[in-house]
Design a protein around this ligand. Structure first.
Ligand code: NAP
Length: 314
């Protein structure tokens, strides 16, 4: 039997959990072992994890009992939910409650909950600047996670609340750089002239490994993370250098973004408005110099862009 402490990694076949799993598997100290939690252990990604040395275990965030079973014998868990699969705060809340309650039942010693700030702490929901969504939320996929922090606290789970931010990978997926009608490459994220905190998704895993190693020090704490805080102009200037072609910054308005019409467009339009209006706090709470001391591998945007330039299909 393994002597290593087992970390159950939710979302291990996806972006955040994938980074967490890779960070543990690549750790030369080898203090921890990965238990990759997935709904489908036969999937290609799950099989790749097994080949890389992870134990692959089936469980479903919608089914609390499956979680209790999957967490048996584990030391800790990296917990993440995927709001975008169902676009429902109610369902995400149930999944967070299941995670917290199962973590308690399994006696976990340390859970890192990948959360986001509840925008309503800074922008009242009855404001007249953005639409209220899903009944009582400004930014449902943020607010629901922030509200969900309480499940861990109330259940008495030793938790680190890891407040993430936008992944730079979104610049070729969610909010891609595209060729405009005038032939120019354009970054259109609605951030006006203000700074947007971004991060390489893999660094969420890298930072999390440090948090697990330092343990006690981070239990009950909230950590706000980002790799670099740049304006749209600065992101576009770096992308121009990296891609070898000018990228212009043409920020959409929040209203234009909300009107894009795809599922979740209003939520994401409100998210950018939240980033914009609370820039001082959001960016101010992400001190990248201190974070780099904690995790020296933390990438800045230029480093990340160089490594991912081939992903931009422009
Ligand atoms: P992802 O790459 O789309 O992967 C989703 C992962 O969740 C998969 O590994 C999937 O595993 C697992 N999963 C989904 N439903 C599950 C269930 N019912 N039971 C067990 N596992 C389940 O997701 P991600 O980007 O890592 O994380 C998504 C979350 O990140 C969202 O909630 C979003 O709000 C948040 N977020 C996104 C950004 C961004 O910039 N995009 C930034 C910060 C936070 P299987 O399919 O193998 O079961």
């Amino acid at each position: 039997m393994s002597e290593k402490k087992i970390i159950a990694v939710f979302g291990a076949t996806g972006a955040q959990g994938g980074g967490m799993a890779r960070a543990i598997l690549a750790d030369p100290d080898g203090e921890f072992a990965v238990r990759a939690i997935t709904r489908n252990p036969q999937s290609e990604k799950a099989q790749e994890l097994a080949k890389a040395g992870a134990e692959v275990v089936a469980a479903d965030l919608d089914d609390r009992e499956s979680l209790v079973k999957a967490l048996q014998g584990a030391y800790g868990a990296f917990a993440v939910t995927n709001y975008w699969e169902y676009i429902s705060v109610e369902r995400e809340q149930t999944q967070i409650a299941n995670l917290a309650s199962a973590s308690k039942a399994a006696g976990l010693k340390h859970v890192i909950w990948s959360t986001l700030p509840d925008s309503r702490d800074e922008i009242p929901v009855d404001n007249d600047r953005m639409p209220t969504l899903e009944g009582t939320y400004n930014v449902p996929h943020f607010d629901g996670k922030g509200e969900g922090n309480a499940y861990f606290t109330e259940a008495g789970v030793p938790t680190t609340f890891l407040n993430t931010t936008l992944y730079w990978e979104d610049f070729y997926t969610f909010f891609p750089v595209t060729r405009a009608d005038d032939g120019k490459l354009a970054l259109t994220v609605p951030m006006g002239e203000r700074k947007l905190s971004g991060i390489a998704v893999d660094d969420i895993g890298g930072i999390s490994l440090v948090i697990f190693k330092r343990g006690e020090e981070f239990i009950g704490k909230s950590l706000h993370i980002g790799g670099e805080n740049l304006t749209g102009e600065q992101y576009a200037a770096q992308l121009s250098k990296t891609l070898g072609e000018e990228v212009v910054y043409r920020p959409m308005t929040f209203d234009a973004f909300r009107a894009l019409g795809f599922p979740g467009a209003e939520d994401l339009g409100n998210m950018f408005q939240f980033y914009y209006e609370t820039e001082k706090n959001f960016v101010g709470s992400r001190d990248t110099e201190s974070l780099r001391k904690l995790y020296p591998g933390l990438q800045d945007f230029a480093t990340w862009a160089e490594q991912h330039k081939d992903q931009f299909s422009v």
